[in-house]
Ligand binder design. Sequence first.
Ligand SMILES: [Zn+2]
Length: 277
Amino acid sequence: MKILISADMEGATGVTWPGDVLPGTPQWERCRSMFTSDVNAAVLGFYDGGADEVVINEAHWSMRNLLLEQLDERAELLTGRHKSLSMVEGVQHGDIDGIAFVGYHTGAGMEGVLAHTYLANSITGVWLNDVRASEGLLNAHVVAEYGVPVVLFTGDDLACEDALGYAPEALKVAVKDHVSRYAAVCRTPARTAADIRSAAKDAVRLAVRHTPVTGGPFTIALEFDAEHLALSATVVPGVERIGERKVAYTEATMYDGIRTFKAVTTIVSSAVEEQYG
Ligand SMILES: [Zn+2]
């Protein structure tokens, strides 16, 4: 049995503000260790529950955050950027029985600690077939196309609530309770590691590959905080303007849906102006 962990950082233990997750800052250096502790707890729990292999895919920012040297020696880490499926890279090879979303968060425009969808700012909302979408929701649809269930979820309490909507079966661990976008009541790494390890152990029973879901077509809409960003997004083939600050596109599969999403966010981020953005 092989488990994939998609590891994002905003929903990690102790993380509450931008400095905690921006590579290069002293706070990020400190938080990397707590983030690694969450991920390693999941690794240990999956092995406790009988997994044969655990692979971690880094899913945050530069995708170079986790401390390899602090991970259990049985795990393997995919680190670095430019991967076909980005946050859930590795799910497409047909050998993954279950996936964990560790350190996830709520989506752009939602309540939640460091809530956003792919871009840290500029996007004010994302919808998948008219349902408000977080990164977890989008990626849950991607992994469903490969028949892989989401078995474990960690993040703040509101992210866990959001995950109930798209991964109802997954075991959930809230490592902190939301107070505002930049504040949370945090539990210590020792405590959250124990909670995550025990949930991961139980979650192994859910790691049973399903029949791949073909639920398309998928219409994805994005709303930005400036109208020129909507215009810039329309250079991506198939992306149309549906409002002053809103665009949408439709794909038959979520494989293409998430790849076009990546193209849109890459183009849009290059169009954000520092002063008059
Ligand atoms: Zn994220």
